[in-house]
Ligand binder design. Structure first.
Ligand SMILES: [Zn+2]
Length: 105
């Protein structure tokens, strides 16, 4: 059984599970890289810190954002707490959107 990180569909095809392949998205799991972004001062959430997941697919340039935020926190510390373990803090790029506090991979 394999659940796709992009569309959330679960495949019960044993071949898909072995290869971690989503027939709906036509991607293999190892072609998808998750980037976690913490934002603040956004229209929707104001001063709160919002953790969002963007998934970058090998061979494409436009990351897909998950529809729902991973977490909404009152402080940056709390937002960081919602991140999975083992990530690396990329900080922010001067070209990033002003709402972006930092990105993690
Ligand atoms: Zn999928």
């Amino acid at each position: 059984m394999f659940t796709c990180p992009l569309c959330g569909r679960t495949s019960h095809n044993p071949h898909d599970a072995a290869q971690k392949y989503c027939g709906h998205c036509h991607v293999f799991d190892d072609e998808v890289m998750a980037v976690y972004t913490i934002t603040t001062n956004t229209k929707d959430y104001g001063q709160r810190f919002v953790v969002r997941v963007h998934r970058v697919i090998k061979g494409t340039t436009e990351p897909r954002a998950d529809a729902e935020p991973l977490a909404v926190a009152e402080t940056l510390e709390q937002a960081r707490h919602a991140l999975p373990d083992g990530l690396f803090n990329l900080g922010r790029d001067p070209q990033d959107d002003p709402v972006i506090v930092e990105s993690w991979v």
